[in-house]
Write a protein that binds this ligand. Structure first.
Ligand code: SAH
Length: 409
């Protein structure tokens, strides 16, 4: 066994003292403490493992410190931690075990989801034989931690390649030196993935949005495809996730057969990939490069009708301040789509904005239905796939909403 790197004594000894408010938050099992809630943290090295104490000096656990983020500490354990890389390796193994138990019928899924897997600042997605790593904090960027992550992933999953996707803005916020997205290990950065009874997609780890695909929607693709029928429109289709499932699963659900499927997106590279994905599945779909807002407005005005419409726009509300505007955007999209649905039609409507809570989203979709003069049954009220778990006491881990509605009247 190679010797595991040890955390330096200097790092292990740094202590961070919390305000009473932060202590109460930790007791509610929330893992974050904001900088304004630190009572004392002088001379703590960036990215270090720290002891967390209350104002009387009582030990509360261990955390990862960031010298620049508003989230100054992220708890990693309520006990003591002597060897951070060893703990990271152990946590990775248990995240993999969780997925082995609960994720099936796919070779593409999220293996590690940051706080939800007690590995704050680390995200790893598996795309068949290619792994995609994202490192979001100073502590996870430290060389011994990176080494433990790569070694454990290689040992446990035997990938053909590991890529790192870099978000330049996050590195800047964490005051980390700039890096390029690149192949970290092995030779392969692109592959073909397969999910939900064999719907296949090309994956290129060094291209595309997010980590290359929207894996959080995986279970929603299959759910939506059960009800898709007739003429279907997938608005904000990216590389064709919902559209392709609707086309391919028509064969599996004869009662819900689609006669035509059209995908709309404003990104040409995404549509080029969607076209390749259709070919990979032996299908012909129509892809339209357009602003979905304009297209829906135009189609609705010209009296076009559909039996199935999917709305999966990007996060409109990136911050709390954008909330009103975002709600307006959701209202408009849902209203246009609802007006275009035939009797018995299906609307799959999603929001991935964390700042738009589930009840806000429900309300705005209900408002749109009222204005469209239609009633809808809620067939399914869904969230992210099980490989993107949310933590009960951490509302920030819950962001994706996906309602499947049918026109009842
Ligand atoms: N449904 C997709 C994910 C959609 S992500 C899937 O499951 O894979 C949001 C998509 O909206 C992105 O592909 C982005 O290119 C596209 N987009 C953003 N603004 C748009 C606009 N105004 N009109 C059309 N597409 C837009």
């Amino acid at each position: 066994m190679p010797k595991k790197p040890v955390v330096s004594a200097e790092h292990a000894e740094s202590s961070v003292k919390l305000s009473a408010r932060a202590v109460a938050r930790l007791q509610r099992r929330h893992p974050w403490v904001y900088r304004s809630d630190l009572a004392e943290a002088t001379g703590v090295p960036p990215g270090s493992l720290v002891r967390v104490i209350d104002q009387r000096g009582r030990f509360l656990g261990m955390a990862l410190y960031s010298s620049s983020s508003q989230i100054a500490i992220r708890m990693i354990s309520h006990g003591s931690v002597a060897d951070l890389p060893a703990l990271v390796a152990e946590r990775i193994k248990s995240a993999i075990a969780y997925r082995k138990e609960l994720v099936s019928n796919t070779d593409a899924y999220r293996i590690i989801f940051s706080e939800a897997d007690s590995l704050p600042g680390l995200i790893v997605d598996r795309y068949n034989d290619v792994l995609c790593v994202q490192i979001l904090t100073q502590a996870m960027d430290a060389a011994p931690v990176r080494e433990a992550v790569l070694q454990t992933l290689r040992e446990e999953l035997q990938p053909a390649g590991i890529v790192e996707r870099v978000d330049a803005r996050i590195r800047e916020l964490e005051q980390l030196p700039p890096l390029q997205s690149r192949l970290l290990w092995g030779e392969k950065s692109s592959t073909v993935i397969s999910m939900n009874s064999g719907v296949r997609f090309h994956y290129d780890g060094l291209e595309g949005q997010k980590t290359g695909a929207f894996l959080d929607q995986r279970e929603n693709y299959a759910a939506a495809a059960q009800y898709a029928h007739g003429e279907a429109l997938d608005a904000f289709c990216y590389q064709g996730g919902f559209a392709l499932h609707s086309a391919v699963h028509s064969d599996l659900h004869p009662s819900g057969k689609t006669s035509s499927v059209t995908g709309v997106d404003s990104s040409r590279p995404a549509l080029e990939m969607a076209e390749k994905n259709a070919a990979l599945n032996g299908r012909e779909l129509e892809w339209i490069e357009a602003n979905a807002f304009d297209l829906l407005r135009e189609y609705a005005a010209s009296g076009r009708r559909y039996d199935t419409i999917v709305l999966d726009p990007p996060a409109f509300a990136k911050t709390k301040r954008d909330l009103e505007k975002a709600l307006g955007g959701y209202k408009e999209l849902n209203l246009r789509a609802m007006k275009m649905l035939r009797p018995g039609g299906i609307l799959v409507t999603c929001s991935c904005s964390y700042h738009v809570g589930a009840s806000d989203f429900f309300e705005v979709v209900a408002d749109a239905a009222r204005d469209a003069h239609k009633s809808f049954r809620v067939i399914e009220n869904r969230g992210a796939a099980k490989d993107h778990p949310m933590l009960l006491n951490v509302p920030e881990t819950s962001y994706l909403k996906c309602l499947i509605l049918s026109v009842s009247d």
